[in-house]
Design a protein around this ligand. Structure first.
Ligand code: SAM
Length: 219
């Protein structure tokens, strides 16, 4: 093969992208709805991180809780792959990133009533009124989260945007299937990686207040 030729699947002029499977997969890599024991190779509880970004929460939490499994859902493949690369580097067995629109994954690929917790940290605020319709948290999204949670499963939602906090808590209250529980207090970070997520670090270092919520699926 000369310099101008490319291997199958490689874009001309582009370096081959590192194969990050199984740490980074897309919906096209799945043959259909997931079965968690096959996906993670164990029967431990599963938690979702919706909009996981570059995966700080996935990385730290999967290390702290090797008995649990963590799946990040991220629509921005570049960010998702960054997180997956760090997981691959340490061969982390219990954390994966799925490149996808989380709403589609929840509706079509994830088994109902199957996950122990759903985490939604710092969803994009879409500040301009004309963009509000792009916001992730809607009544439909709240229902999808409810459907995927096991009875007693938990929803964690954090944001630095008060307007978004009101939107999120409003949908959760109106849904009626969740009970509010005590959210964790802020604790001092011991080092640069000792934050819940990258956005939490960014916002706290900039002095923004963080609104933290925890709800349990009760019906
Ligand atoms: C503000 S960032 C927060 C990232 C991370 N949770 C954190 O706290 O550092 C919001 C993330 O949600 C992702 N996102 C937005 N809509 C999404 C969707 N429909 N499905 C999956 N990810 C989505 C964005 O690509 C972005 O990475």
């Amino acid at each position: 093969m000369n310099d101008l030729e490319t291997a199958p699947g490689m874009d001309a002029g582009q370096p081959a992208r590192e194969d990050l499977s199984p740490w980074f997969l897309t919906l096209d890599d799945l043959s259909g709805p997931l079965a968690w024991p096959d996906f993670f190779g164990n029967t431990g509880p599963v938690e979702l991180d919706i909009g996981c970004g570059r995966g700080l929460f996935l990385f730290n939490t999967s290390q702290e809780h090797p008995e649990r499994n963590y799946l990040g859902l991220e629509i921005d493949y570049k960010e998702g792959r960054r997180g997956a690369k760090r997981l691959k580097k340490v061969a982390r067995p219990n954390a994966r990133v799925l490149g996808c629109d989380a709403r589609r994954a929840l509706a079509e690929f994830l088994p109902q009533a199957s996950v122990a917790a759903v985490h939604v940290y710092f969803p994009d605020p879409w500040w301009k009124a004309k963009h509000h319709k792009r916001r992730l948290f809607t009544a439909e999204f709240t229902q999808l989260v409810f459907d995927v949670l096991q009875p007693g499963g938990e929803l964690h939602g954090w944001t630095d945007v008060f307007d978004y906090w009101e939107l999120m808590t409003g949908h959760i209250r109106e849904h009626g299937g969740f009970t509010e529980r005590a959210a964790p207090d802020e604790r001092e970070a011991q080092h640069h990686m000792d934050y819940h997520t990258s956005f939490e670090r960014k916002k706290r270092l900039a002095g923004w207040p963080i609104y933290r919520g925890r709800w349990q699926k009760t019906v």
